[in-house]
Design a protein around this ligand. Sequence first.
Ligand SMILES: *Cc1c(COP(=O)(O)O)cnc(C)c1O
Length: 382
Amino acid sequence: MQKRYLLAPGPTPVPPEVLLAMAQPIFHHRAPEFAELLGRVRDDLKWIFQTRGDVLILASTGTGGMEGAVSNFLNPGEKALVVNGGKFGERWMKLCNTFGAKVEEIKVEWGQSVDPQQVADALKRDPSIKAVYVQASETSTGVAHDCRALGEVVKARPDTLLVVDAITALGVFDLKTDDWGLDVVVTGSQKAFMLPPGLAFVSVSEKAWQKAASTKNTKFYFDFKKERESQLKNQTAYTAAVSLVVGLAEVLKIFKAEGLESLFARNHRLADATRAGMQAIGLSLFAKSSPSDALTAVEAPSGVDGQQIYKQLRVRYGITAAGGQDHLKGKVFRIAHMGYADTFDVVIAVAATEMVLKELGYAVQLGKGVGVAQARLMPAGK
Ligand SMILES: *Cc1c(COP(=O)(O)O)cnc(C)c1O
């Protein structure tokens, strides 16, 4: 027997009370009780998104929300500016190209965050750019981009939208959708929202709805205007993912009981302890600026294959983390600490990393990283 631990950057563990809620017999998506449920979760989603605008709930993975965030707001031939600093920045590139946009790329070295001035300069050079696409947290590199600063840049331009992939950001760190001028914010169920995969959530500002009204790109299922009309009546355009919405109501209850400030503080504490613990082992963080509080990408020490670290964590100790993607394969491994994560998940991650590295022949003093992480995890002042 081997106990299993899920420390991957999605899917993430689901709390038992959420699993239990989802085990209820299914009810019909046109029944009054579903409309009542949808009304409740729609209100609570606005709270966690920090918006007064609509937050659409879609039965799809996060990428479905991203697809709609392109097809609903860009006509073929219109210009998009994409911040591309990793695997998910590349996804914005591919989506914008798929829907016929003219794409200008700001290529950011993997491990770095974008300089908002670069975005400001690009928009000044070409005011015809209709939307800026960015990740709030680039999961492939463990880096956060400064959405507050980007919001300042884009807010001043009435004909440009700021579209944010917040799939590993919303519910992890502060993201003030309305106050910062984030026009479209996308997240998914299986990361910080601690649900199984299968839902996407998308907030849309008034400015973005106005742009959507004049956009005629190819779309059918991900037609946000049509979906909004239904959801304003507490209905979904097509069959709702009923059980996932039941689970979502439980998750939102947990979020509300904790409160935004405590939620962000917990995530920061776990991230900080993970980073400190890994560095105390002698490892380097892959993020060279603005590490994301959702996950930590750690460089494999020279002579050790990062894929082996990730694999041995699973084989030896039942821990599912993640390896590196594309050219980072073998160079990094990634540990998540978002969602249903707490103090001892970090201790497990750091302890197991020490043990695996020792087995792989890297000189580790067992307990060194754990001790540092523990010290960071203690209540302040202890
Ligand atoms: C996971 C993730 C996605 C993709 O979400 P899917 O649910 O797999 O479609 C997109 N962007 C970021 C930043 C992610 O972490």
